[in-house]
Design a binder for this molecule. Structure first.
Ligand code: SF4
Ligand code: SF4
Ligand code: SF4
Length: 252
């Protein structure tokens, strides 16, 4: 007897669509997934759409009032909502606008055309609707996506690591960038990415979000001890973590 396939759908809000591309790429390397799920909506890859989905994967941040209405409609239909990637999880790169006024952000992006555009602040989707699970990262990790789908098909909500990036980094025996005077947000950022950035000599930017109860102040002190400035630290925070850092002041 064959089991009915789980009905799933993908939705996009403000983001670069890189997380959806990661899903598409994963479906190409793991076509067997399509025997376990039925995709009812996925604008990135198909024009057909159908209601009746049970699991909604949502990429992107909420920016416009109409986004709120659309998110509530998705929530009303889906039994399970999964935030797909940093934009949906923590407002992602879009939250960089929190480190300046919306007017300043618009001016930087649109220059002389600024009067033709309206810029609003970005919010994670759980600011609007309850979210059952999160797949963090910018973009998501394909292995984590596969594990998550597998768990969802078994009726379990996917769990994500609760250790900081440093744990995987030290297990991989990477040379610590922070101890060599460079910037790295690994000590306060959720792991699960295999510490891929430090493994290639690049400091963590915090794309998987900040863990609760991390030593935020201690990391700031370490930046200063490394000869980096407060502005360097705030620049790192503003890339991905400003939504989770209420102390970061919005500047004019
Ligand atoms: S999390 Fe990153 S890759 Fe995913 S949609 Fe946002 S900007 Fe793109
Ligand atoms: S390089 Fe960064 S992530 Fe790796 S151990 Fe050092 S501080 Fe942690
Ligand atoms: S090392 Fe940091 S920035 Fe790089 S993928 Fe992992 S969490 Fe994201």
């Amino acid at each position: 007897m064959t089991h009915p396939r789980a009905k799933i759908a993908f939705f996009d809000f403000a983001g670069c669509e890189g997380c959806q591309l990661t899903v598409l790429d994963t479906l190409q390397t793991h076509p067997e997934l399509l025997q376990a799920v039925e995709i009812l909506e996925f604008r990135e890859s198909m024009s057909e759409r159908e209601d009746g989905y049970e699991i909604a994967f949502i990429e992107g941040s909420c920016v416009w009032p109409m986004d709120e209405e659309r998110l509530r409609k998705i929530r009303a239909q889906a039994k399970i909502v999964v935030a797909l990637g940093a934009c949906a999880h923590i407002a992602g790169v879009n939250s960089i606008r929190r480190s300046m006024s919306p007017e300043k952000a618009a001016e930087i992006v649109y220059g002389r055309e600024v009067q033709n555009y309206v810029t609003k602040s970005a919010r994670p989707i759980d600011a609007i609707i309850p979210v059952d699970a999160v797949l963090p990262g910018c973009p998501i990790d394909r292995h984590e996506f596969l594990r998550a789908v597998s768990m969802l098909l078994q009726g379990t909500l996917p769990q994500i690591p609760s250790d900081p990036v440093c744990v995987e980094c030290r297990l991989d025996e990477n040379r610590c960038l922070l101890l060599r005077g460079q910037a790295c947000m690994g000590p306060i950022t959720r792991g699960g990415c295999g510490a891929i950035c430090p493994a290639f000599g690049v400091g963590c930017e915090g794309c998987r979000g900040m863990l609760a109860d991390m030593n935020f102040e201690g990391l700031r002190e370490q930046f200063l001890a490394n000869g980096l400035s407060l502005a360097d630290f705030e620049r790192r925070i503003s890339m991905f973590l400003s939504e989770q850092t209420p102390t970061l002041q919005v500047r004019a």
